[in-house]
Design a protein around this ligand. Sequence first.
Ligand code: SF4
Ligand code: SF4
Length: 133
Amino acid sequence: MPSQKPTSASPLPTNRTYCNFCPGYCCYRLKGSTLLLDALDINRLARHFEISDGEVRKRYIEGKNTFKTREDGSCILLSNERMCKRCSVHLARPLQCREFPYGLPCPYLDRPDLLEEIQPRVEQALYGKEGND
Ligand code: SF4
Ligand code: SF4
């Protein structure tokens, strides 16, 4: 998730309507950004998977407080199915995932530089190639 917030002049709405049609841009790690998890987030996932907090840490957590990512930077809990990129733990997702983009227009839809960085990764995952050709 990007640290820079969008400008208030954005023409995009601040609700999450776009999330329903989005391949989960915010589920890809960008340089310099981190998804921070706390103990409550980890325990929520442990209850979701019916495993211990320690097992959640072992399977999904990198360092002390963020998710492991795949080679393309996607969160390890993003569904890896072709043609459908969705959070696989939607009901048990961490607080930061629930709150992003914090009542502001989504920066991924507002900033071409972010889309340029992530769109090729999304297309690679969805279609197995870069670009639309
Ligand atoms: S917050 Fe933005 S990037 Fe994340 S799913 Fe919603 S529209 Fe997509
Ligand atoms: S937990 Fe779900 S919503 Fe949060 S980054 Fe991972 S895939 Fe995305």
